[in-house]
Design a protein around this ligand. Sequence first.
Ligand SMILES: [Zn+2]
Length: 178
Amino acid sequence: MTVRPILIHPDPRLKKVAAPLEDSSDAIRALAKDMLETMYDAPGIGLAAPQIGILDRMIVLDCVKEEGETPRPLVMLNPQVIASSDEKNVYEEGCLSIPEQFAEVERPRDVTVTWMDENGTAHQEDFDGLWATCIQHEIDHLEGKLFIDYLRPLKRQMITRKMQKLKRELARDGNDAG
Ligand SMILES: [Zn+2]
């Protein structure tokens, strides 16, 4: 397992629409392990393949945050929201590609999601709370959409400028900012 470098916004690869996966494979299972390792290492509760520069429709997540609770790592290939509630929920969201920036985003409170796991098995499940928000956030990544795209232009530009500055600093320090 390898921790992969996470791309930092702005990056053209974070704005691309990712391609559906035909099936799972050993390569996909290896990638899933790397993505989970990268997510836990960050630490984060979700990661989409485009965030490590891979334009496949694949996300990983684990929204169990409480100490002592059993982790629930999920790998989703071709995840799709097939139904969502009229009721909304507001969460303060962040993103591993937009470090240390947070903002409130409103999304449907409950979602029904279909996906294929890393072994090729099809699933359907209802999610609410943080899980629902996280899944919608990660699926957005597969459409080239970031949580800051929900914010007002001024706020979005402010965050983007901060990220440009951060990337310059990382480049100057000789780190790989992706
Ligand atoms: Zn994100």
